[in-house]
Design a protein. Structure first.
Length: 244
């Protein structure tokens, strides 16, 4: 969307979503410097009976967008699910489609990578007391579950091979292969951006707290998945590693 000119990383999100706090930008949301809280127990606020319903999904997104800021935008780094939920609202509004449809159009279609929202054969993650069932093949995160498993902060499944392939798709663009449907300049900007925290834009950077380990190249990017998966890229070494 940045490549298409549909998303300005430094424009106020409130210019598109008026209920978002003044001063928050997409750059803040991607780098977890929006000032938003890390998380909210949405199940306690909206209940679980309507899980998966469009109205419940809309309410979860609204609660995330309108939660009071904990600090000024750009001032503090806090990994924020609420920030990525707000990003979901922003993308769905400017893209005129739900995040899974946008993902299909801009990621899965061009890359051919088989990552999905929900995967029946996935490993079980917990016996969930809220759902009263063993969680298998559906998103572990309760807030994403309330949204029908389709969100920007959780819910995407794939094998380690396909997770690595998704990273390699961007790595080829980083090396200048514009045929991948990605702008090399945009990929390099997203990977190279620095902020007050460890995150670049969407991707995490190497730090003492990252899952990359102390020997990973300092200019690498990657991300930890909450249920144990992880992917890391060493761009100058042309290496991608994914594990579960």
């Amino acid at each position: 969307m940045v490549d298409l000119g549909a998303l300005d990383l430094d424009a106020p999100v409130a210019s598109v979503l008026p209920d978002v706090a003044t001063g928050v930008t997409a750059r803040n949301l991607l780098s977890h410097t929006s000032g938003m809280a890390a998380w909210l127990p949405m199940a306690e606020q909206v209940g679980v009976k309507g899980a998966g319903m469009p109205s419940t999904r809309s309410e979860v997104l609204r609660l995330a967008r309108t939660a009071p800021l904990q600090s000024k935008p750009g001032e503090k780094y806090v990994y924020s699910d609420l920030g990525f939920l707000t990003l979901c609202s922003l993308l769905e509004t400017i893209g005129d489609g739900r995040i899974d449809a946008l993902y299909e159009r801009y990621v899965r279609g061009p890359s051919g990578v088989d990552l999905r929202f929900g995967w029946p054969d996935a490993a079980a993650t917990e016996q969930c007391p809220v759902r009263g069932a063993l969680v298998r093949g559906e998103v572990h995160d309760l807030n994403a579950w309330l949204m029908g498993g389709v969100s920007s902060h959780a819910g995407l499944f794939g094998t380690a091979e396909n997770v690595a392939a998704a990273a390699a798709w961007q790595l080829r663009a980083w090396y200048g292969d514009a045929s991948e449907g990605l702008s090399p300049d945009t990929v390099r900007h997203f990977w190279g951006h620095s902020s007050v925290g460890s995150h670049h834009l969407g991707w995490d950077g190497v730090s003492e707290k990252s899952s990359a380990g102390s020997l990973w190249p300092a200019d690498g990017v990657g991300h930890l998945g909450f249920t144990g998966c992880s992917v890391w890229i060493a761009p100058r070494q042309d290496v991608v590693v994914a594990w579960t």
